[in-house]
Design a protein around this ligand. Sequence first.
Ligand SMILES: O=C(O)[C@@H](CO)OP(=O)(O)O
Length: 206
Amino acid sequence: MSRTLVLVRHGQSEWNLKNLFTGWKDPGLTDKGVEEAKDAGRRLKAGGFSFDIAFTSELSRAQRTLTLMLEELGQTGLETIRDVALNERDYGDLSGLNKDDAREKWGEEQVHVWRRSYDTPPPGGESLKDTGARVWPYYIHDILPKVLAGGTVLVAAHGNSLRALVMALDGLTGEEIVGQEIATGVPIVYRLNADSTVAEKQVLEG
Ligand SMILES: O=C(O)[C@@H](CO)OP(=O)(O)O
């Protein structure tokens, strides 16, 4: 019984590099992002991982990251399910703006609250709570059953959709999640108990 869930945030995107709020916009990976994705795949391969199914978002940076990981793993034909539920948090009116320009306009603290707080949405966008309200049910109904059936499941998604998932899996509070960052291309491995609680968590850092 593997009951293993592996979460990977996409590699660096063009807009990560340009320091722009991205959300549901769809930039591709940078060369560095491609390398991060391949590296994540190599690390998983070195760890002996072989996946039964993969899940990703409707955004190309996560899909490409998944493809590159699967190439490294020798699993290019793996069954993959794409769903909008795993998309990045919608950044609303901030999408496409430069993060430093936003700090100048609205102040450091306000921008930090929009970026990292649990329940304050950016103007016209989703809070982490809103994001969790679509990520968590999707996890429960679509991803978790594959894990509990004994599978090894790979999820390639985004900084904030994964923060929402990690918050629930790790049992973090709205205050604790503020300090939680998800690094690009670093696999987070959860082994689950039969009752779906977390038995073990391991971060595969380089
Ligand atoms: O711009 C975004 O969509 C996200 C992830 O890159 O940024 P932040 O770090 O502000 O959550």
